[in-house]
Design a protein. Structure first.
Length: 124
């Protein structure tokens, strides 16, 4: 939650996160790429922790994770090409890989799967 607040309160970070999430190539320089990398790595670590403690947190970490990848093709591409995959537990990586495969089978590598926003889909 602190990460979300920090990004929301910093327009420069919000912009980097948005542009990188849609297309990593839209980041202007190495500094922006590093900042996006750090944000993304923190989000993935927090997502992994949420998976581990979902019952205690009373959240659906799978829905949040799937939505993040479904709406942001730049995140999917960055995840597949970055070293973050080697820093996370294999069970988590397998889950993310499956989500990405499913999403890209539906909308392609550069598409957005907005079906995750459908209330009926979210409740299934």
């Amino acid at each position: 939650q602190d990460l979300a607040v920090a990004v929301a309160n910093n327009t420069e970070l919000s912009d980097i996160n948005s542009r990188g999430g849609h297309d990593f190539a839209d980041l202007n320089n190495q500094s922006e790429r590093i900042r996006f990398n750090r944000l993304f790595a923190a989000e993935m670590s927090l997502s992994n922790i949420a998976q581990e403690y979902a019952d205690l947190l009373h959240v659906d970490p799978d829905l949040a994770l799937r939505t993040s990848f479904a709406l942001f093709p730049g995140r999917r591409k960055f995840y597949k090409e970055s070293l973050i995959r080697f820093t996370l537990p294999s069970e988590f990586v397998e889950k993310v890989d499956e989500y990405i495969k499913e999403i890209e089978n539906n909308v392609g590598e550069d598409g957005q799967d907005v079906s995750v926003l459908d209330p009926e889909m979210r409740n299934s």
